[in-house]
Design a protein around this ligand. Structure first.
Ligand code: C2E
Ligand code: CA
Ligand code: CA
Ligand code: CA
Length: 279
């Protein structure tokens, strides 16, 4: 146990190579975080292989707390889900992203997309559609520039209201993307049941592409299947030229990863990423 911050403790976890903060401490600090302006959105470029340029970004939340320091979303998003804090935080994220999207409207291609992560809890309270509609109206953001990323966690319950919400989002012109594709148990059956437009191949399948023939086959098969279903494929976690070349020749549509660009602030994205990047 290592002391950290004024009144908190954190535990070292070797697998994560990171400090796992006490849950109560996270919860306590999270309650004041919106009010104290501790969140910030970062944007990671999504690079289109066909057009050889950046066609959008994934929005990723960052939390900098005075006593906890930078806390990874993998640590605080689950706490936000459990406590319901994800509802106000999620709404803040949507507004932030839509306001930014409007500012970028003229500097990005007309059909640019911003990808937004939405947690299952945000769906379950039944407010996601009205919240989105209100924010589109307030900001003037075009819903067809929004891609909503969801994970299997949402679909496991598979109730009518989930299906209904997803088709409402589609009818607003929003694209639906299955995040972390391949990591769950039922990705394939969900693709059949729900109106997805995009799959994002999880970075655990991209990581070892150079020396794992099994991963190569898996990615090739996933791409063939996605094409057959008329879906677009984005690969996550691209960190080197080998992965980029492999995914390009396998027919991937777009790439995301440190090799193409790390998540950066909106200002950095505007300065460094928007002027056409060539690879
Ligand atoms: P995710 O949706 O799968 O997001 C991709 C994660 O991979 C991000 O981590 C990103 O920084 C990281 N990444 C991108 N390229 C590379 C790469 O080349 N190599 C490696 N090793 N990692 C890469 P991040 O930002 O820490 O987010 C972690 C997770 O937290 C996200 O996973 C998502 O599930 C959740 N999250 C982040 N932002 C939000 C948000 O605004 N709302 C919600 N509900 N969840 C979020
Ligand atoms: Ca995501
Ligand atoms: Ca992902
Ligand atoms: Ca993930």
């Amino acid at each position: 146990v290592k002391e950290q911050g004024r009144n908190g403790f954190s535990f070292y976890s070797p697998e994560m190579n990171d400090y796992v903060l006490g849950r109560l401490e996270v919860e306590q600090q999270l309650r004041g975080a919106l009010e104290h302006n501790e969140f910030c959105m970062h944007y990671q470029p999504i690079y289109c292989l066909n057009r050889k340029k950046v066609i959008g970004a994934e929005a990723l939340i960052r939390w900098n707390n005075p006593s906890l320091g930078l806390v990874s979303p993998e640590q605080f998003i689950p706490v936000a889900e459990q406590t319901g804090l994800i509802l106000p935080i999620g709404e803040w994220i949507i507004r932030e992203v839509c306001e930014q999207g409007v500012r970028w409207r003229h500097s990005l291609d007309e059909d640019y997309r911003i990808a937004l992560n939405v947690s299952p809890r945000q769906f379950r309270d039944g407010q996601i559609v009205p919240v989105l509609l209100r924010i589109f109206e307030e900001t003037g953001f075009d819903p067809s520039c929004l891609e909503i990323e969801i994970t299997e966690g949402l679909l496991v319950r598979n109730d009518d209201s989930t299906a209904q919400t997803l088709s409402q989002l589609k009818s607003l012109g929003i694209s639906l993307s299955m995040d972390d594709f391949g990591t769950g148990y039922s990705s394939l059956s969900y693709l059949k049941q729900f109106p997805f437009d995009v799959i994002k191949i999880d970075r655990t399948f991209v990581r070892d592409l150079a020396d794992d023939p099994g991963d190569q086959q898996l990615v090739t098969a996933a791409l063939a299947m996605a094409k057959g279903m008329g879906l677009k494929v984005i690969a996550e976690g691209v960190e080197n030229q080998f992965q980029m070349d492999f995914l390009a020749s396998a027919g991937c549509d777009a790439l995301q990863g440190y090799y193409l660009g790390r998540p950066v602030t909106a200002e950095e994205f505007q300065e460094k990423i928007i002027p056409p990047a060539e690879f």
